[in-house]
Design a protein around this ligand. Structure first.
Ligand code: ATP
Ligand code: MG
Length: 617
């Protein structure tokens, strides 16, 4: 039986690169674009949180999650890209909570995001840049809500300079006058309000004089712009809502598209990398920064927005809305359910952080939409685990094996390497005795051709122990085999001189019945049975939307009790192993108790899905 998975992980040809972003960065660095300090705005309450001087040869990127959900595999790509580029160019990457929306944002999400970014192996605490500027230590953790004072001040500047006005149309009226992709919009009757009136109204909006929706502050750009995002987009709205950070201090909140460029500029971000859906917003991003720079509120050079395509993977969903639905409707046990494509789920599942970093490097960043095979992620995880996980034996579907010529009550040690290719990882002891557990599928009374495991008369090796000859089996009253009998060949012990005298084709794993530990093992499978959950199927009536929940795999978890070799009793939470022939497993970080680990299957040794797309095994 082969022990090693044949790794068909992404070959170097799929080493899609991040070249287009690197080229931009390198051109900027070569041109000395960022040699100047940019910030010169008036200090507000958050002034001390802004970045210190940065070596001109360095870049700043940021990962800006909105704390309204748990991070998923798509975010991992963005994190690895942003932190990775900063690392490669000796720069900094900020973790910034984009918490400008008072609703739906919670501390629970903030905490979990912090944990997940750390878990992926990245730091915003200036660990990467030590030698050159050891004296300058930065903690680059930010909250966009700390910039509300500046955002309001900047909005007032836009009003004063004739670049913004208060619109008192209803939301419906604004929608109706926005135009379409082919027709221009029409000017609001309030568009020509004077500066003084606008300023007065905006101040009163801030003081809470008006109900939600009564007025909106809009940028004054062009209602006939071809790009619909430039048709006087809203920049501030009234929202009488408590904010997790600023409490009840504000009753106006900035729109994301206005807030984001300001956040970037205040933090001296050089390259603001985001997903493609923001490409149409780039002109407005630049417009905001240009106006503020013109007014002397920001110094040039301004941050540059760069878009890349988001990660999509088959067999999962990567949308916060859908993930929240799966959790709230209890299709899974929680945010960290090992079947969910959240990073907390992946961690419990046993996916190594290194696997995500490698995967991100391989899928790279480009501007074309792509759907990546889930197998490609799994293969990367297998590759990392194959290299690092210690080997152990575990019997998941037990059948008793009795060695009739081995003395009852006797036991001896067998020594098994922890890793077949890495002797430095040492060996562990496996007690051998008269009664063992073997896998039920490793015995057949009347085998077909090509079956080399136990059947009457056949010789097999018990891995790291002896060669045995099968002599027969016992059955219970229902005719089900409940024990297999054999004799061992005393001169065949692995590692002894006689071991080579026996050439056998079967090589079976086993555990000692007297010493093994019985443990809960969870066999996880994909959460969805089709590559694109919720997509229309052939033959579905036109125009009918399918629900992604209809594609949930009803057999995505199987909980069993398994016999493990005794050394696994000591496994600590998050220790990862290859259970020989079964796959990679991790000691669950939540449910394991000292001396009583619970194991989750991370991934099988080989892909069992790609041969039959859309089918469960
Ligand atoms: P979702 O679309 O799943 O609700 P989001 O984009 O609203 O996610 P944010 O918290 O705004 O979530 O995302 C933070 C950062 O992660 C953004 O810069 C966003 O572009 C990036 N990101 C989100 N999803 C993906 C993805 N699938 N692939 C790559 N980057 C992503
Ligand atoms: Mg978003």
């Amino acid at each position: 039986m082969s022990q090693e998975p044949t790794s068909n992980a992404a070959s170097s040809s799929t080493l899609a690169s991040t070249n287009f972003i690197r080229n931009l960065i390198e051109a900027d660095l070569a041109a000395g674009k960022h040699t100047q300090r940019r910030w010169s705005g008036s200090p507000g309450p958050a002034a001390r949180q802004l970045t210190g001087p940065l070596d001109p040869a360095r870049i700043r990127t940021r990962f800006p999650p909105e704390p309204n959900g748990y991070l998923h595999f798509g975010h991992a790509k963005s994190i690895c890209l942003n932190f990775g580029l900063a690392q490669d160019y000796g720069g900094r990457c900020h973790l910034r909570f984009d918490d400008t929306n008072p609703e739906k944002e919670e501390q629970e999400y903030v905490d979990s995001i912090v944990d997940s970014v750390r878990w992926l192996g990245f730091s915003w605490e200036d660990a990467a840049v030590e030698s050159a500027e050891a004296a300058v230590r930065e903690c680059n953790l930010y909250f966009a809500s700390n910039y509300f004072d500046w955002m309001v001040e900047f909005a007032e500047y836009l009003i004063a300079s004739g670049n913004a006005y208060v619109d008192s149309q209803s939301a419906d009226e604004m929608r109706a006058t926005r135009g379409t992709l082919i027709e221009p919009g029409t000017d609001s009757p309030f568009r020509q309000r004077g500066v003084e009136e606008n300023m007065d109204l905006f101040k009163r909006m801030q003081q809470g004089e008006f109900p939600d929706g009564a007025h909106v502050l809009r940028a004054k750009i062009d209602m006939a712009a071809a790009n619909i995002n430039l048709r006087d987009p809203a920049i501030y709205r009234i929202r009488h809502a408590s904010h997790h950070n600023t409490g009840d201090r504000w009753c106006v909140y900035p729109m994301y598209t206005y807030a984001h460029p300001i956040e970037d500029a205040l933090e001296n971000i050089t390259h603001s990398i985001c997903t493609l859906e923001f490409a149409d917003q780039r002109p407005f991003y630049d417009w905001v920064l240009e106006r503020l720079a013109e007014g002397g509120l920001l110094q040039r050079p301004l941050p540059q927005q760069i878009e890349f395509s988001r990660l999509n993977l088959t067999y999962i969903v990567l949308s916060k809305r859908k993930l929240i639905q799966l959790v709230e409707e209890r299709h899974v046990a929680g945010w960290d359910d090992p079947r969910l494509p959240t990073l907390v789920g992946a961690r419990r599942r046993g996916y190594p952080a290194e696997g995500f970093r490698l995967f991100a490097e391989r899928v790279g960043a480009s501007r074309s939409d792509s759907l990546i095979e889930y197998t490609q992620l799994e293969d990367t995880m297998r590759e990392v685990l194959n290299d690092s996980a210690e080997r152990r034996m575990a019997v998941l579907d037990p059948l008793r094996l009795v060695i009739d010529n081995y003395p009852a009550g006797q036991s001896e040690d067998c020594h098994a390497p922890n890793h077949p290719l890495r002797p430095e990882m040492g060996k562990r002891v496996m007690p051998f005795g008269r009664e063992l557990w073997i896998e039920r599928e490793d015995f057949m009374e009347q085998p077909g051709k090509g079956y080399h495991r136990l059947y009457p008369g056949n010789l097999v090796r018990l891995r790291h122990a002896y060669v045995v000859r099968c002599t027969g089996c016992e059955r219970d009253q229902n005719g089900v085999v409940n024990a297999v009998h054999c004799d061992y060949l005393p001169d065949s012990k692995s590692g002894s001189a006689g071991a080579d005298n026996y050439k056998v084709k079967g090589n079976l794993h086993w555990v000692s019945a007297a010493a093994a530990c019985l443990t809960e093992v969870r066999l996880y499978d994909r959460l969805f049975v089709v590559p694109s959950p919720g997509a229309r199927r052939e033959g579905d009536p036109e125009g009918i939307e399918r629900d992604f929940r209809e594609d949930i795999n009803p057999g995505s978890i199987r909980v069993i009790e398994a016999w493990l070799e005794p050394s696994l009793k000591e496994a600590r939470p998050e220790d990862r192993f290859q259970f020989e022939r079964h796959g990679y497993f991790v000691a669950d970080r939540v449910d394991s108790q000292p001396g009583v680990p619970v194991f989750n299957r991370t991934v099988t040794l080989k892909d069992s899905w790609s041969s039959k797309p859309g089918q469960r095994r």
